[in-house]
Design a protein around this ligand. Structure first.
Ligand code: HEM
Length: 134
């Protein structure tokens, strides 16, 4: 069997954080319509609070492990730096959309910022995969 290294731990934690942040949003989006019908806004609020407790630590973990990756094996080519820069802008924008989503009480804004946050997070994930294969 292959032996795990510190790199294995770094990538494992980064992928775990990505799975929780992105996968959690997809699951919540799938569960909310049914929950709203059965439990109303009490139910969706409770789900949102539970999600936030798990998702924000994952968002921070992705930043810490992403910085670790950059220090460890960041490529210095222009292509790599541009790809990383775009990824980081989408990371910030995804976080900002999630904050706006959590703070708003207007249904269309909640829907729009939720959708934007998920799409931006998927872009971040895609660009991360691109960095790994550089
Ligand atoms: C929601 C936030 C994030 C998601 C969903 C995400 C997702 C990913 C994924 C799926 C990979 C590929 C992992 C692999 O298979 O090796 C990756 C790689 C990478 N990510 Fe992220 N990431 C996020 C945030 C960040 C942040 C904030 C940074 C930098 C501060 C970062 C820096 C990197 C780097 C440098 C790599 C390449 C690692 C390597 O080549 O070993 N990521 N990311």
């Amino acid at each position: 069997m292959l032996s795990p290294t510190l790199d294995t731990v770094r990538v494992f934690l980064h992928v775990l954080a990505a799975a929780v942040w992105v996968g959690g949003q997809i699951v919540v989006a799938g569960v909310v319509p049914g929950l709203r019908k059965s439990s109303g806004s009490e139910g969706t609020k409770s789900l949102a609070n539970g999600f936030a407790r798990v998702a924000w630590p994952a968002f921070v973990l992705s930043l810490l492990t992403g910085m670790w990756s950059l220090l460890d094996n960041g490529d210095t080519s222009t292509e790599y730096s541009v790809t990383f820069g775009i990824k980081f802008l989408f990371y910030i924008a995804a976080g900002a959309a999630a904050v706006a989503h959590a703070r708003s009480d207007k249904r269309p804004i909640i829907a729009a910022t939720g959708a934007i946050g998920l799409v931006f997070s998927l872009i971040v994930m895609f660009l991360g995969t691109l960095l790994t294969n550089a």
